[in-house]
Design a protein around this ligand. Sequence first.
Ligand SMILES: [Zn+2]
Length: 91
Amino acid sequence: MKYCQECGGINHNEARICRRCGCNFYGERNRSYEDNDISAGLCVLSFLIPLFGFIYWAVKTNYAPTRAKACGITAMISFIFGLLINIGLLW
Ligand SMILES: [Zn+2]
């Protein structure tokens, strides 16, 4: 069951419009979902890239300290940039 945000009417899960008040379930809301998908993707990316950097740094730090350190710094920078983008300072 799906509850209408506008009138509280009960509708089928597959319903596209509310049968009680006629409001569109996929009108304005759908667009904001797409926006959220994009920022969610950016959010995941901006955390995944540094994460791999940190993992690489943690694994390689004993074998190739110089390269691992550079990788760790890169991860740190991209983490900070990712954080700023997610907060909305740069986007
Ligand atoms: Zn309704």
